[in-house]
Design a protein around this ligand. Structure first.
Ligand SMILES: Cc1cc2nc3c(=O)[nH]c(=O)nc-3n(C[C@H](O)[C@H](O)[C@H](O)COP(=O)(O)O)c2cc1C
Length: 292
């Protein structure tokens, strides 16, 4: 998927969280075999394995994307290794911290985003981040699935967009077929943000960050009642394991942003990139005509 996005003119990104050093290096070799274009490695900084990061720095990866954690611990090291640095932030304060240590590019991630996300809607966050970013490009993330989203983000001061959920529904995506079908079935408003994902997977994200997933019976039962869930985690995890074996999609958490409600097809990643750019160009030409 990362190589396909890079080949199409985007910046394909490989998430390293949950992967061993060997797995990351194997995937880096695969990406390099499939594309000569730049790509990035993503690290969630407070879960980063030092060995993996050190090996990645030695590999001369062209771009690093970071999320959460302390920018001072990673940005200078990546820059000294010759890489460009991108920091995904969810508040203006996080943006300021990343700018202080000289990050090259910011991603303003709005509350609509799939996976772990912050508290502020993109429409509010993005212009504020652009204001503190100075001459740095800011990319918009959260709920963007098409050219309308790209055009809107550019109007709000962004220099580009980051899309996660849209690329889950592509042919190259490693998401399961159940996950892809859940994205296609989702309607606007069919996602929910809750710390359930981390409670159930036993991963302790600092700061009580929430995770956006598709609504189902599991989220209806526990979202908003996470304190109670904490008392019965083992029991619920056992039930979920059985449900997963039966492929009961009402009991599986599928990561997705609010944009899932507008995804209608599973297509090659290059087609997504091409259509998003073409549609945004058409819209911007049309909008330009409004003021002539
Ligand atoms: C399945 C999934 C996994 C994600 N994993 C990561 C990750 O490992 N690191 C990270 O910085 N962001 C991760 N994100 C968040 C993306 O970086 C991005 O902010 C988000 O996908 C943008 O919103 P969208 O999903 O509405 O396009 C993930 C998002 C999804 C949907």
């Amino acid at each position: 998927l990362a190589a396909a996005v890079s080949n199409a003119g985007g910046l394909g990104t490989l998430g390293c969280i949950g992967n061993t050093l060997d797995q990351v290096m194997q995937q880096v070799r695969s990406i390099r075999a499939l594309t000569d274009r730049p790509f990035s490695l993503n690290f969630v900084v407070h879960f980063m394995e030092e060995d993996t990061f050190r090996a990645a720095l030695a590999e001369q990866i062209p771009v690093f994307t970071f999320f959460r954690g302390d920018p001072a611990k990673v940005v200078p090291r990546a820059r000294d290794a010759g890489a460009k640095t991108i920091y995904q932030i969810t508040t203006v304060e996080e943006a300021e911290q990343a700018c202080e240590v000289g990050v090259d590019v910011l991603i303003a991630q709005g509350n609509e985003a799939g996976g772990h996300m912050g508290p502020i809607p993109l429409l509010t966050l993005l212009p504020e981040v652009v204001a503190v970013a100075g001459s740095r490009p800011v990319l918009a993330a959260g709920g963007i699935v098409d050219g309308r989203g790209l055009a809107a983000a550019l109007c709000l001061g962004a220099s580009g967009v980051v899309m996660g959920t849209r690329f889950l529904a592509t042919l190259e995506s490693p998401a399961s077929e159940l996950h892809k079908q859940a994205l296609l079935d989702a309607k606007p408003g069919d996602t929910v943000a809750s710390p359930m994902w981390d409670i159930l997977s036993g991963r302790d994200w600092p700061g009580g960050i929430k995770v956006r997933t598709i609504r189902n019976q599991l989220t209806a039962r526990w979202a908003g009642r996470e304190d109670e869930l904490l008392n019965v985690v083992d029991e619920v995890c056992a039930q979920l394991e059985q449900a997963r074996a039966k492929m009961d999609t009402d009991m599986i958490l599928f990561l997705a942003g609010e944009g899932a409600g507008r995804i209608r097809d599973v297509v090659p990643a290059a087609q997504v990139v091409r259509e998003v750019v073409t549609e945004a160009e058409q819209i911007l030409r049309r909008v330009n005509g409004l003021v002539q």
